[in-house]
Ligand binder design. Structure first.
Ligand code: FAD
Length: 363
């Protein structure tokens, strides 16, 4: 993180003003919206993924969680749905599918937050709830792949129609690979699914449908690894023409014509730009105090899996506690003159008004 001059800010479009920006929409970032909202503070929340939920949604949506207070059993996606519902009255602004690449402290103490999509926000305080970092797609590991990524080699589908009437190779054996195989079969000119083993991790019904499509001669399934890409120069630009596959039985590599490759090998977390923001780190986590959960920089807080302090336990429960205390610290940071006192949601008319339940005094 660096200090910047007002003129540097002025050379870009005017940033949007925000009371608080939360970086990371995992369970802890979502609960932060709620805790701030109870204190009358509005938030913008940013996540590099296109959906909220962090690890719960991305890594284990269907697994039951057993250690959320008062919920003896709760599905991971269900927990995220409940957190969203609980935060709803506070009308946070969501910026999804964009990674926060920069934060800069301005001379007046406010913090400029910039994302990969060019969103610029100026906030009175920032809460980093970035978990284990932003999830990045595992890349296709073949030489020279970087020249084609984003053009003819893709790790997510933005517009399905881009692949209609094209020769398509899809790599992977999980839900994304199989869902897109079934969705694009018949629309692509040709479709080859490449998976390194015979077993698939995707939903059995989708795997069965894919096998039917293979049996009907509508697509090809190859048990292999992609080992190279083929290209030729057209109009001065390298153009993907095919993929070379090494099949399991070690025969001569197979060449498959392709205009586009879709590779779905899952995601892995990467601390990424957070490491460059000048905040004190310990073992890839942000050091915070246990009163305010503030980082080494005034006005920048860190909660959930991304932070560290003596006794830290990376549990959702711990993150919820941190979000509650950080909210009070943020209130004091934004409005130092305001007297702070603890209010209960059961009895506080102002909190009930903010929650939209004023007057509902019984269940
Ligand atoms: C298989 C599994 C089972 C688990 N079971 C339990 C359990 O039973 N009980 C329990 O308490 N915990 C459990 N955990 C741990 C729990 O999931 C984590 O403690 C929790 O998800 C942390 O929440 P978080 O909001 O801090 O971070 P995350 O859930 O990691 O969310 C962080 C979000 O920040 C985003 N992000 C990161 N960097 C950026 C950036 N620069 N710009 C924009 N966005 C960014 C990421 O994309 C991500 O969505 C489990 C974890 C796993 C993997």
């Amino acid at each position: 993180m660096s200090e910047t001059s007002a003129s540097a800010v002025g050379s870009f479009p005017e940033p949007t003003s925000a009371e608080v920006v939360i970086i990371g929409a995992g369970p802890v970032g979502l609960f932060q919206i709620f805790e701030l909202g109870l204190l009358g503070i509005n938030a913008h929340i940013i996540d590099s993924l296109s959906q909220v939920g962090g690890q719960c949604t991305e890594l284990y949506p269907e697994k039951p969680i057993y250690d959320i207070p008062a919920l003896p059993i709760c599905g991971a996606q269900e927990l995220i749905d409940r957190l969203l519902e609980q935060a709803k009255p506070f009308n946070a602004t969501f910026h999804l599918g964009q990674e926060v690449t920069e934060i800069e402290r301005l001379p007046d103490g406010r913090i400029l937050v910039v994302t990969s999509a060019g969103t610029r926000l100026i906030a009175g305080a920032v809460v980093i709830a970035a978990g284990v970092g932003s999830f990045q797609p595992r890349r296709l590991s073949v030489p020279g792949i970087e020249d084609f990524e984003g053009k003819s080699v893709h790790y997510r589908v933005k517009t399905a129609a881009d692949f209609h009437d094209r020769d398509l190779v899809i790599c992977g054996g999980g839900d994304s690979a199989l869902d897109w195989t079934v969705a694009l079969c018949g629309k692509a000119r040709s479709l080859t699914l490449v998976h390194r083993r015979a077993e698939f991790r995707a939903a059995p019904a989708t795997v069965a449908r894919m096998r039917e499509l293979v049996a009907e001669g509508k697509m090809r399934l190859v048990e292999a690894n992609a080992i190279a890409i083929e290209s030729e120069i057209r109009a001065g630009e390298p153009k993907l023409t095919g993929v070379v596959l090494q099949t399991k039985n070690g025969q001569t590599p197979l060449q498959v014509a392709a205009d586009h490759v879709l590779a779905f090998f899952g995601l892995h977390p990467k601390l990424g730009p957070i490491a460059e923001w000048g905040l004190e780190l310990e073992k890839k986590a942000l050091k915070v105090d246990t009163e305010k959960f503030q980082t080494s920089v005034l006005g920048i807080f860190a909660i959930g899996d991304i932070n560290t302090y003596p006794g830290k336990k990376k549990l959702i429960l711990s993150g919820f506690h941190e979000a509650a205390l950080a909210a009070f610290a943020i209130q004091h940071h934004l409005f130092p003159e305001k007297r702070q006192f603890l209010q209960y949601t059961t009895t506080s008319p102002i909190m009930q008004k903010r929650l939209g339940v004023a007057g509902a005094n019984t269940l």
